[in-house]
Design a protein around this ligand. Structure first.
Ligand SMILES: Nc1ncnc2c1ncn2[C@@H]1O[C@H](COP(=O)(O)OP(=O)(O)OP(=O)(O)O)[C@@H](O)[C@H]1O
Length: 308
């Protein structure tokens, strides 16, 4: 198991960063009925970790027993029937999915599939919560129509379904949805917090960390905890004992994008265009978001221009 998964805190009491938010969430679910929630913040800041710990707090360890299903749903779209393939992750009390995976058909996912999941009321056994939780990832990528449908679903099934929405940018979520949720902003962790997590992992793995090594990884991580932990594990695999001069390698996909920028800058011909297109497809197939690809290409391209 990768360290990012192995050392992901499972409960709200064990989180090492955003402890104040974790304690507030704990109070929220123990003292009162939980509202719909919208978690937003930069990639790798710890949103998913808090959401998973929150669900565990609500339903106990059974929330960790999840099954992954790849289902094809038949959806009625007026004159024709659409087949929509979606991956869901579910336990007895919660279901998680990314409706934006359905692309421009996302509104059918919200109108039909989410409605179907939301209206199945869980059995209200004594002492247990009488609602189920629906976790929706990347809601900022949903189309306007899908977001409007989502707003209606939120209202209609709020008696026995709580939505936990997760995204990077809340400004791309409609005001109507935002105002119906408790908004929880998860800031990118500071370098000091990242160093604390890396030292904790190093300690658990029984590693000797040279002085300043964790700080160098934190500095290169762009304040993403996931990235810092992945880099740390890569360094460990590349060389042990770790040395203070050891190079902290960039992510594979970043090197690949740098190559694309260099290809584009060195030669502008139909042949090169064809090669670059192939490389871009390769990145997209590996789930690197297009906006990140363009941002990094631009960054490298500009550095070429500046050198000239
Ligand atoms: N509060 C925390 N304390 C300690 N480690 C954490 C904490 N939150 C996250 N981590 C570590 O950072 C990794 C990345 O966090 P997480 O997946 O929650 O980020 P995210 O904000 O959901 O990212 P993305 O938006 O890219 O999906 C986790 O796998 C975990 O190892």
């Amino acid at each position: 198991m990768l360290w990012v998964d192995k050392y992901r805190p499972k409960t709200l009491d064990h989180v090492m960063v955003h402890q104040d938010i974790a304690q507030n969430l704990k109070k929220l679910v123990t003292e009162q009925d939980c509202p719909h929630l919208l978690f937003y913040g930069p990639p790798g800041s710890g949103k998913k970790t808090l959401i998973m710990a929150l669900i565990r707090q609500m339903f106990g360890p059974s929330a960790e027993k999840v099954k992954v299903e790849n289902k094809t749903w038949k959806v009625d779209a007026g004159s024709r029937t659409l087949d929509i393939e979606l991956t869901t992750l579910s336990s007895t009390n919660h279901v998680e999915l990314s409706p934006s995976d359905a692309g421009f058909q996302d509104r059918y996912v919200v109108q039909e599939i989410i409605k179907e999941i939301a209206k199945n009321r869980p059995i209200d056994t004594k002492g247990k919560r009488g609602f189920k939780v629906l976790v929706l990832n990347e809601v900022d990528k949903l189309s306007r129509e899908a977001q409007h449908s989502l707003r209606r679903t939120m209202e209609k099934y709020s008696a026995y379904c709580r939505l936990i929405l997760c995204c990077n940018s809340s400004s791309k979520v409609t005001e109507a949805i935002r105002s119906r949720c408790l908004n929880v902003r998860i800031n990118a962790p500071t370098d000091e917090e990242i160093v604390k997590v890396l030292e904790f992992i190093g300690n658990k793995e029984g590693l000797q960390l040279p002085s300043g090594f964790a700080a160098r990884i934190a500095d290169k991580s762009n304040r993403s905890l996931r990235r810092a932990i992945l880099s740390f594990e890569t360094c460990r695999v590349q060389q042990y004992p770790l040395t203070s001069k050891q190079v902290i390698p960039p992510m594979d996909w970043e090197e690949y994008i740098a190559e694309i920028a260099s290809d584009v800058m060195k030669e502008q011909s139909p042949k090169r265009l064809f090669q670059v297109r192939g490389k871009l497809y390769e990145l997209l197939i590996n789930c690197i978001p297009p906006e990140i690809i363009l941002k990094v290409v631009l960054f490298h391209a500009l550095s070429y221009v500046c050198i000239k």
